[in-house]
Design a protein around this ligand. Structure first.
Ligand code: ADP
Length: 255
């Protein structure tokens, strides 16, 4: 049986800047992400990972090429339709958690439902909160939680709308190793147990090894992939791409 792609990029190019300062962040990316898959996106700093994630999630528009997300062609969609699609079909998890400090855990988690004008289904909300292990923290504020707990709130918030795809940008970047493992286990069980689709940008080979597939970007192009990746194999591939050679992000040098 052929698995249906829930995200599909076709010849996606993304160029930033004007004629004099042109940066080709993506140079013809074609890829399909099947429903119920967990994909990690890796590559050296400046290789286009964030741009890829933003274009795939409808946060940014390609300069050319097409993106299909949850059965909708994004090209040509107006801002309002795009916002609605993102709210209803996409969940986001960021490195910096992005919780609202004045809202409790439960209020943060149900915020996407309120933004979409939907009533929170109590059983679903309770289920999501218990899945991330925060049932006894429902009334706490983010500042009263550890980093790992805050990221679990963010994951619950991303799960609560039952999105077609969860996009995660360095979700474990601010966490210690053990806490990171809990967060990755949660993402993986969203895929394995609940059939959701996760796309995660990471620079950590161990984090990437939680995915079914790692795809590698270099200079805005897909340059390879690994299925059922082991951390060592991922690290070796990254070494070949020169990812560890220079730890200074290109942007920090103003290039
Ligand atoms: P990565 O996430 O792999 O570090 P990015 O997608 O952030 O890579 O960036 C890819 C390239 O596009 C880099 O050269 C970066 O400097 C450039 N870039 C990214 N965003 C912008 C922007 N808003 N304006 C100009 N250049 C950008």
């Amino acid at each position: 049986m052929q698995t249906e792609d829930v995200v599909r990029l076709e010849s996606v190019h993304k160029t930033y800047g004007d004629k004099r300062h042109r940066v080709e962040a993506l140079r013809g990316v074609t890829i399909g992400l099947p429903r119920g898959s967990f994909t990690a996106v890796m590559g050296p700093s400046g290789s286009g990972k964030s741009t890829f994630l933003h274009c795939a999630a409808g946060l940014d528009r390609p300069t050319s090429g097409s993106v299909r997300l949850a059965e909708r062609e994004l090209t040509g969609l107006g801002e309002t339709a795009l916002t609605k699609l993102r709210r209803e079909r996409v969940g986001f998890v960021f490195q910096s958690f992005n919780l609202l400090p004045a809202l409790t855990v439960q209020q943060n988690i149900t915020l996407p439902l309120r933004l979409a004008g939907k009533r929170a289904d109590r059983a679903l909300v309770a289920d999501v909160i218990s899945r991330v292990g925060l049932a006894d923290r429902r009334k706490h504020l983010p500042a009263e939680l550890s980093g790992g707990q805050q990221q679990r709130v963010a994951i619950a918030r991303a799960l609560v709308t039952r999105p077609a795809v969860i996009f995660a940008d360095e979700p474990t970047g601010a966490l210690d190793t053990r806490t990171a493992r809990d967060v990755l286990d949660l993402l993986r069980s969203a895929v394995r147990v609940h059939g959701q689709t996760v796309v995660m940008v990471t620079h950590d080979p161990v984090a990437a090894s939680y995915a079914d597939r790692v795809v590698f970007l270099a200079d805005g192009q897909l340059v390879g992939e690994l299925r059922n990746p082991a951390p060592d194999a991922v690290a070796e591939r990254m070494t070949h791409l020169g990812a560890w050679a220079d730890h200074t992000p290109v942007r920090a040098l103003g290039a």
